[in-house]
Design a protein around this ligand. Structure first.
Ligand code: AMP
Length: 399
């Protein structure tokens, strides 16, 4: 597990958790270790370290139960160093890069300021991404750091796809569709490109179906449209987010139901989606195991929305040459894949039930029949791997 060669630590900091993974800087395709710190801000923090052991039992030492993001990062880096890792760089997932960041970049103070300036567009994410970056800088000011943005992959989209039909003044203030899950789309597209003899087909829709879920249309490997918009609330039905919802509903709630901003935000982020529909759970595994009619309805609605939105993206592409499933649900739920493929029959999807029962991995698995008009694949996405590769690439450029 220990290595003298420098490693890249990939950090994905959320509101209450910090996920991390280690990659050899010289060979960033291989993940050496991973772990997660959970419960930040709850007063009862827990941590899984690369050894898979609990915090008390290993070189990391105890992490204080009331640790904040800074304290957790400092604990992590110190533990990795004590564990024998030579940290060569840190790569961060940053959710919102606005219009400014169309690619990953080395972090300096001006990049930090720009990420800070974008906080009003991503209050739930960018503050935590930024605090992780600043915590690393405070401990090791000279450590190279790289930011990889979830929005960057979509900066190739035409104005027609990104512009919202709102008054000019509002549009000028940055209100438009941005799209998210870009690191996942990059990972999936790269894996398909490498594995298929003809490379990535010309017109592709990738379905990233996890707790957050979205679809992306790629033409010649570039994003041309996606279902998430100004925020990650738009588009598909998700674990606890409703996706596409008539904005008139929100007006109604403000005007007639006396809902305030905080209640509305909570409803849209935490109470809707699969959880809101089923009243049982946001977790697809729980819904699949349930006999309740509401659980079945939630799964049906989840799949129905995917099929409808896939049709919209196929129209934007002028046809469809391949469809790909990824994300926790896309990679693991045989049932969801089968149901969505049934809905895509009109585009030429035809399921190979045996292949659909296989496990998704790094290599794409063809789950449609060999001569189906629409090839459908499943592949395991690796967002952290993309961050490690981008970090290694930028370090080489700057050396
Ligand atoms: P993610 O956000 O990508 O980690 O995905 C989380 C979602 O994947 C949750 O809804 C899980 O229930 C779902 N998931 C994970 N494993 C399975 C599985 N074996 N079958 C169905 N859904 C799964």
């Amino acid at each position: 597990m220990q290595t003298d060669a420098p490693v890249i630590v990939v950090i994905n900091a959320g509101s209450s958790s910090i996920k991390f993974a280690l990659y050899a800087a010289a060979a960033p395709a291989e993940r050496l270790a991973e772990g997660q710190i959970s419960g930040i801000g709850t007063g009862s923090i827990t941590a899984e370290t690369p050894q898979g052991a609990t915090q008390q039992a290993d070189v990391f030492g105890a992490l204080k139960g009331d640790a904040d993001h800074e304290a957790a990062i400092s604990w992590l880096l110190a533990g990795l160093e004590k564990g024998g890792f030579v940290i060569g760089a840190a790569g961060h997932r940053v959710v919102h890069g606005g219009a400014a960041f169309s690619a990953a970049c080395r972090i300096d103070l001006s990049v930090e300021r720009e990420i800070e300036r974008l906080i009003p567009l991503a209050r739930l994410h960018n503050p935590h991404n930024l605090s992780a970056i600043r915590a690393v800088r405070a401990i090791w000011p000279d450590l190279p750091q790289v930011a990889c943005f979830d929005t960057a992959f979509h900066t190739t989209q035409p104005d027609l796809a990104t512009t919202l039909a709102l008054p000019q003044k509002l549009r000028e203030s940055g209100i438009r569709r941005y799209g998210f899950h870009g690191l996942s789309y990059q990972s999936v597209a790269d894996r398909l490109e490498t594995a298929l003899s003809g490379g990535l087909p010309k017109r592709v829709v990738i379905a990233h179906l996890g707790n957050g879920a979205s679809l992306c249309a790629l033409k010649d490997g570039k994003s041309v449209a996606t279902t998430m918009g100004f925020t990650p609330i738009d588009g598909l039905i998700m674990g606890t987010r409703p996706g596409l919802t008539d904005p008139g509903v929100l007006l109604h709630l403000l005007e007639e139901k006396g809902m305030d901003v905080q209640q509305m935000s909570h409803m849209l982020q935490k109470e809707s989606g699969l959880l809101g529909l089923s009243g049982i759970s946001a977790d697809m595994r729980v819904l699949e195991a349930s006999d309740e009619a509401a659980a079945k309805f939630a799964i049906d609605a989840f799949c129905y929305r995917i099929v409808r939105e896939a049709g919209s993206l196929a129209a934007a592409l002028g046809g469809l040459d391949a469809f790909i499933f990824a994300g926790g649900i896309g990679e693991n739920s045989e049932k969801v894949r089968a149901k969505v493929m049934e809905g895509l029959a009109w585009l030429g999807a035809e399921i190979d039930a045996a292949a659909n029962g296989e496990r998704a991995g790094r290599e794409p698995v063809l789950i449609s029949t060999k001569d189906a008009r629409l090839p459908v694949y499943m592949v395991r996405t690796d967002e952290e791997g993309v961050i490690a590769a981008e970090t290694a690439r930028l370090l080489t450029i700057h050396q």
